[in-house]
Design a protein around this ligand. Structure first.
Ligand SMILES: [Zn+2]
Length: 156
C-alpha cells in the first residue's frame, strides 16, 4: 500500500472516534501519521541491505515500489512484531490509554492494509523522472472511499 492509504484509514477511524468524543483532532492526525511511519523499516532495511545509495529515500522508494531487490519489511510487519508491539501497547495502556489507542489504530490499520488484498489486478504505473509510482485501481477505489468517508464524518 502507498503512504496516502496508510494515512487515510487510521485517520478515518480516528475522526469517527473524534466525533464520538473519544479522541481529539490532534490524536486523529497523529494516528494517520503513525500509519505511514510504520514503513520506516523499509528505509532501515535499505540502509542495511542496499549495495549502493544506502541513505537515499528515492532508492528506498523505488526498491519498495518496483525493484524489490531485497525484502524491505522488518519484523514489525510480521506476527512476531505484532506480538511485541501489542504487548508494548498493552503496557502503555496502563499509563495513557489515548496514546495506546492512537498507536494501536495506526499500527493495526497499517498491517491490515499491507496484506495484499488490494495489490491484485490492474495498476496505474508511471515514472516521474527516476521515481516509480504505482497505484492499483483497487487502491484508488479504497482511497476514494476513505476520502468520501472522511468528508461525510467531518460534515456530520
Ligand atoms: Zn508496510
Amino acid at each position: 500500500m502507498n503512504p496516502q492509504t496508510h494515512f487515510l484509514l487510521p485517520f478515518f477511524i480516528s475522526i469517527i472516534l473524534m466525533k464520538l468524543n473519544v479522541m481529539s483532532w490532534k490524536f486523529a492526525l497523529i494516528a494517520g501519521i503513525i500509519g505511514v511511519i510504520i514503513d520506516i523499516d523499509h528505509y532501515i532495511e535499505h540502509i542495511i541491505h542496499a549495495k549502493s545509495n544506502r541513505f537515499s529515500l528515492k532508492a528506498t522508494w523505488n526498491n519498495a515500489i518496483k525493484l524489490h531487490r531485497f525484502t524491505e519489511r522488518s519484523f514489525i510487519h510480521h506476527w512476531e512484531g505484532a506480538l511485541v508491539l501489542s504487548l508494548l501497547f498493552l503496557i502503555i495502556l496502563f499509563f495513557n490509554w489515548q496514546i495506546s489507542l492512537v498507536l494501536a489504530i495506526g499500527y493495526y490499520s497499517h498491517l491490515l492494509l499491507d496484506y495484499p488484498f488490494f495489490e491484485t489486478g490492474k495498476s496505474w504505473r508511471i515514472k516521474l523522472g527516476d521515481v516509480y509510482v504505482t497505484e492499483s485501481y483497487s487502491e484508488l477505489i479504497v482511497d476514494g472511499t476513505l476520502l468520501f468517508g472522511i468528508l461525510c464524518v467531518l460534515l456530520i
